[in-house]
Structures are given as structure tokens and as C-alpha cells.
Design a protein around this ligand. Structure first.
Ligand code: ME8
Length: 640
């Protein structure tokens, strides 16, 4: 059963450029990328949009506290988002910036259309404004009479002349939409919250500001140049301007969007304001607005302003990009919050990925090589294993609905059930026993069954793990593309034959946490003229770096990377220091050499061993070197 249309338009939020991306942003983008890749795989003409949200007071201030020119600053951060998505192979069709000229023209066109329709009027606004959320709140919404209910920061009372959008006019139509379109907002729980909010009554929305300039000016026709468009109207319009709304271009055929994927923090803007704006513009409404939960750190929402973020690049570099993608989508049911932990990530790599998926491929390579010289025919698969094939096909048919309902964790769970059929078939039918008893044909059918099941899983895994999937496919001797999707999944066919190629194991077991947890320090806003990253000499001397002599070394049991060093710093007792240098230095060659040690570091436990300092080293693409004095120095001397 297909609930698809010919075209698919999939979007992420456009991210604020007040700081760089963290795993929350990567999560939304990777979900959207997986859905877009899925849409292309099943043969839909797909447009996948992401980008950056660059206007408003928050951005203006972020540039200001860094002493930067606003445009240059937004160019830099927007460039960093784009570079990260490019590095991650995110398959966007357009990266929009709200500072793009055609976007600005589109926003003005929308403003003018709504104004001419009589949906915009001028008045005065008095309200409690949160700069961080770029949002107004009523007195009753505030926490402790002054703080923003969303981010907890202090709001300020703003009184200004403003243009208003007649949001109240659309209350009934919005409620009707939620009622008639069951999947307009997903998940259901979030939809209920939105409906309840609208039922309380909607107030007209202030949609211009005069207190700052960094934004899109309202249309010249209104002859009111001090007004700039409210960032949320500006930002939401990106979904239309990206497909050439301003010139009603060909790409407008992609409208309405299939799904706007957003975090729950911005659902209200997407599920209330946005459809109301679209109604005012007489445009169809998006098919789904899907709100996911938050990634937290120790139970707190991960956010740039809280300074408790995890760098997605570091995680992907350490654990592998596809493994990270799999983890993000599999770990947390869509809509719920999840706490990021390396332990959970390692568990999934060593468990489902290595044991269930990687091992299956290894077994196919092993058996096909040993018994059939890597050349497999599927000619007798149906004869011996139709039941297993039917069972797998039934599961695979149910997957499409899960994608468009954003149940990606369930999608992966179901795929693993097909892997379980494959793994259990090997255990149950014992191809080695069949070979021994001379039933070579049956053994061939079994190994070919398993290879076909893996091929089907590989096709469906491609949207989530594109690189891994293409490696498995090439090892099995086929390609993942809309044609193979059609044959293996839609038409329930199997591949006639396999020419298997040996490849290195895809998921080596991870033995220990690969990222050293940094103590997260909340960034203090810098003074205006201070360039980035400058510290005073006093600040530098807070770090005591001393010359030490390594007197003893040993290996840390079960660790590939760590060595345990006893280092003399001229103190009463030598320091015990755990260092991640084993890949670059032999334990014995370090004895009696000098090193530089951060001596006033708070002791930490690494693999349950107390470490009382840090050895200085430098690492680049050619490896790692310890930092040492050029000539021997007295042990305990301070580096300055
Ligand atoms: O809100 N967990 O931009 P933004 C999961 N510019 N997802 C998270 C997250 C977390 N801890 N933190 C952020 C804006 N996100 C506006 C959007 S759209 C027209 C304008 C993700 O940079 C999540 O998708 O604050 C959230 O909705 C989005 O980043 C907010 O990004």
C-alpha cells in the first residue's frame, strides 16, 4: 500500500546562526535526509530543503558580542552548517539562507498579499519579549513573572508600533484542519497539545519590529521603512521561497510539502502560525508537520545557549558516520526525548550492527567462498525456502507507512526482524551439515536465501546507512537503486545469482568510549572589542605545566589506546597518569624520557584507573608526538 504522491518535498527547520551545529541539529537533518533518500529510492521526484535562519535581534546580538560585522558573521556560521552537512553527505537539493535576495523578495510578496487581503493591520504592541526565542509571551505564560516559559531566560517588556496578522480569524479553520486530517501533526500526543492551545483562543500576532534593523523590510508600498518583518514570518516563508514562490517558478509544483520535520520546541510556530499564513495566502497546507523530541545531556535539553552540546562531527569521526546515523534514528522513538550516551551508541554498534548485520555478511562471504567459490545461484531458493521469503516480504511491505509516520525506530526494528529470519535460518538448516551429507543444492539454496534476505535489508537500509549499504551491496554483487528497490521490495522478487566479494568486517567491536568527555563550560559573552579566543597572561598561568620524567610504564588491560605512566614531577610521590598514546609509543621506549604534564588538573578516572595529570602531545594527519623540552630540564620546572 502506497500513501505517496509523485513528488516529495521534505524540509528541516532552518537553523539559527547564533552558534555552530550540535547533535540536536544533526538529528533533525539526518531524519530528514533519510526520508528524502527513501523518497528517491522509491522513485519519487524529491526536493529536500535545509538552510539557515539569519535575521533578527538574537543574531544581531550574537555578532555584536563577538565584535563582528553581522553579515560577515552570518556568512561564517551559515558556511559552517553547510560544510558540516556536506561532510555528512546530506543530500539536500537546496540550502537556503534567509539573507538570500530572492527569499527577501518572497517574504515581501507574502506580506503584501496578506496585507491586501486585509489580514494585516497596524497597532501598538506591549508585551513580554524573549530575545532568545524571538517570541512574545502573555503575563500568565511567564515563569516567576518574568522568565520565558520556553528557555527560562529573562524577558523584557517591549512597547512598540507593530503590524499585526489576524491569527484569530483562522482559529476555526485551524481546528477543522486538525480534526479532518488525522496526520496533519504527528505524533498524536503533540497534535493534542496544539489543538488544546488553539482551543484556548488565538490572539492576533505581531509580525513586525522596529527595535532593530537586521531583517527584511516590509514592502516599500506601505511607506513605513522602520519596520522589519518578524523573524518567524521571515523564517517560515523559507519553505516557499526555496521553491521560487517570489516568481511562482516551476518548483512551486513541489508544494504542498509532504513533511516539515521540526523539534518540539518550534511546533507551535509550524502547526499554528504557518498553516494560518498559508491559509491567508490561499495555498494548500503541508501534509504532515512532524515534531521530534529533544536530545538531552544529563536530563537537560542540549542547546547552544546552555553550553552543554555534543559536537556531531566528533561523534561521527570517532564512531563512523553511518553508525551515528543508525544510532540517532534507532535509539529514540520519534517524538520522545533521549539522553545522549556513548555507552548506548557502543551497545548498538557491538550488538545490532556488528552481531546481527556485520556477522551475517561475514557468514555469507565465508560460506559462499568455502562451498561455492563465491558464486551463488538462487534457482532453488523458492523450492526450499518460500516460507522464509514470504515472512520477510510481509515485513518489508509494512515499512513504507512507518517512514511517512516518522516511525523510523520501528522501521529499523522491523528490518532487524528480517535479519533475524536470515540468522535463524542458518542456525536451523545448518548448511555445513547439508554439505557434509552431500545435499549441496539445499546448502546453495540456503546460502542464497540468506544472501537475498540481506540484499533486501540492504536496499531498505540505504536511506539510513547509505555508505554501509553500498558496501554490503557491492560485496553481494548488486547495486542499490530505484530499480532494485522495485524488484526486491515492491515486486517481492529475488536476485537470480550472486558474485560475492570479500570485504573487511564493517563493524569492528568498539572496546571503550572513544570520546573524552569534556567538562562543559558555559561560554561567557565576550566584551565588545575583544577578538575571539584571546585570554590574558594570568589566565594562561592558571594552567601549571611542569617537566616530568617517566619512571615506569605499563599497559592498561583491555585497552588498545591507553598506557599507564608513573611520572616524577619532583614531588613526594610520582604521579600516575593515563594517556591515550599506545598506538604511537611503545610502553618501554618512554621510560626515562621527559614529558610536559598539566600538573594542576583535577584527577579523573579513565577506565576505572585514577589519572593525576595530562601529558601534552600534538596530533595531526601524520600521527601523534609528545611535547618535550629540547634539552633535559630539571624535573618539576614550570613551563612558561
Ligand atoms: O528554532 N534535540 O532554529 P534553531 C533535538 N531558526 N533537536 C534539537 C535540539 C535538541 N537538543 N536542539 C535543536 C530555530 N534541535 C529556527 C527555526 S524554521 C522556519 C526556523 C533542532 O537553530 C530541532 O529541530 O534553534 C529544533 O527544532 C531546531 O534544531 C531548532 O534550531
Amino acid at each position: 500500500m502506497r500513501n505517496l504522491c509523485e513528488k516529495a518535498y521534505i524540509t528541516t527547520p532552518i537553523y539559527y546562526v547564533n552558534d555552530v551545529a550540535h547533535i540536536g541539529h544533526a538529528y533533525t537533518t539526518i531524519i530528514a535526509d533519510s526520508v528524502a533518500r527513501y523518497s528517491r529510492l522509491v522513485g519519487l521526484e524529491t526536493f529536500f530543503l535545509t538552510g539557515t535562519d539569519e535575521h533578527g535581534q538574537k543574531i544581531e546580538e550574537a555578532a555584536k558580542i563577538r565584535g563582528r560585522n553581522t553579515k560577515e558573521y552570518t556568512d561564517e556560521i551559515s558556511g559552517k552548517f553547510k560544510a558540516l552537512w556536506d561532510e555528512f553527505g546530506i543530500s539536500y537539493d537546496k540550502f537556503i539562507r534567509t539573507t538570500d535576495e530572492d527569499h527577501k523578495i518572497g517574504v515581501q510578496k507574502a506580506f503584501e498579499t496578506m496585507y491586501e487581503k486585509g489580514d494585516i493591520y497596524k497597532d501598538e504592541y506591549v508585551g513580554n519579549y524573549c530575545i532568545s526565542c524571538e517570541s512574545f509571551f502573555t503575563d500568565t505564560q511567564l515563569v516567576d513573572n518574568v522568565c520565558c516559559p520556553d528557555c527560562g531566560k529573562e524577558t523584557s517588556v517591549v512597547r512598540e508600533e507593530s503590524y499585526f496578522f489576524k491569527l484569530s480569524k483562522y482559529e476555526d479553520r485551524l481546528l477543522k484542519w486538525y480534526e479532518e486530517k488525522e496526520k496533519s501533526v504527528i505524533p498524536k500526543g503533540k497534535k493534542n497539545e496544539v489543538e488544546a492551545f488553539v482551543k484556548q483562543g488565538l490572539r492576533d500576532l505581531s509580525i513586525t519590529r522596529t527595535s532593530f534593523e537586521w531583517g527584511v523590510k516590509i514592502p516599500e508600498k506601505l511607506e513605513d521603512p522602520k519596520h522589519v518583518v518578524y523573524v518567524w514570518l521571515d523564517a517560515l516563508m523559507n519553505y516557499l521561497t526555496a521553491i521560487d514562490f517570489e516568481k511562482n517558478g516551476e518548483n512551486m509544483q513541489f508544494w504542498p510539502a509532504n513533511v516539515h520535520i521540526v523539534g518540539k520546541d518550534i511546533l507551535r510556530f509550524h502547526a499554528i502560525y504557518w498553516p494560518a499564513f498559508l491559509m491567508s495566502l490561499d495555498l494548500p497546507l503541508p501534509k504532515h508537520i512532524a515534531a521530534h523530541g529533544w536530545w538531552t545531556r544529563n536530563g537537560e535539553k542540549m542547546s547552544k545557549s546552555k553550553g552543554n552540546v555534543v559536537d556531531p562531527r566528533e561523534v561521527a569521526n570517532a564512531y563512523g558516520l553511518d553508525n551515528f546515523r543508525y544510532f540517532l534514528l534507532r535509539e529514540v522513538p520519534f517524538g520522545q526525548d533521549g539522553d545522549f550516551s556513548q555507552r548506548a551508541l557502543i551497545g548498538r554498534i557491538n550488538g545490532e550492527l556488528s552481531n546481527d548485520l556485520g556477522n551475517l555478511l561475514n557468514r555469507i562471504i565465508g560460506m559462499s567462498g568455502k562451498y561455492f567459490d563465491f558464486q551463488m545461484s538462487s534457482k532453488d531458493v523458492s523450492k526450499f525456502h518460500q516460507a522464509e521469503l514470504d515472512k520477510a516480504d510481509k515485513i518489508l511491505e509494512s515499512l513504507e507507512e512507518l517512514v511517512y509516520n516518522m516511525q523510523l525506530h520501528r522501521y529499523l526494528e522491523e528490518l532487524w526482524k528480517v535479519l533475524a529470519i536470515a540468522n535463524q535460518s542458518i542456525t536451523k538448516y545448518e548448511p555445513w551439515a547439508k554439505m557434509k551429507s552431500g545435499d549441496e543444492g539445499e546448502a546453495m539454496a540456503l546460502v542464497a536465501l540468506v544472501a537475498n534476505l540481506l540484499a533486501k535489508v540492504t536496499v531498505m537500509l540505504a536511506p539510513v546507512m547509505p555508505e554501509v549499504s553500498s558496501k554490503i551491496a557491492s560485496s553481494l554483487g548488486f547495486e542499490v537503486n530505484p530499480k532494485t528497490y522495485n524488484e526486491l521490495i515492491d515486486e517481492n522478487k529475488i536476485l537470480d545469482s550472486f558474485k560475492i566479494t570479500k570485504i573487511a568486517p564493517l563493524f569492528p567491536k568498539v572496546e571503550e568510549e572513544l570520546l573524552v568527555e569534556k567538562k562543559v563550560v558555559k561560554a561567557e559573552p565576550k566584551k565588545e572589542e575583544e577578538p575571539d579566543n584571546i585570554i590574558t597572561i594570568d589566565k594562561f598561568f592558571e594552567t601549571k605545566i611542569k617537566i616530568g620524567r617517566v619512571i615506569e610504564t605499563s599497559e592498561v588491560p583491555k585497552s588498545k589506546k591507553l598506557l599507564l605512566l608513573q611520572v616524577d614531577l619532583g614531588e613526594e610521590k610520582p604521579r600516575q597518569i593515563v594517556a591515550g598514546i599506545k598506538e604511537f609509543y611503545k610502553a618501554e621506549e618512554l621510560v626515562d624520557t621527559q614529558v610536559c604534564v598539566v600538573a594542576n588538573l583535577k584527577p579523573a578516572k579513565i577506565m576505572k584507573i585514577k589519572s593525576e595529570g595530562m601529558i601534552l602531545a600534538v596530533r595531526d594527519e601524520n600521527g601523534l608526538s609528545l611535547i618535550r623540552p629540547e634539552t633535559k630540564k630539571t624535573v618539576g620546572s614550570l613551563v612558561s
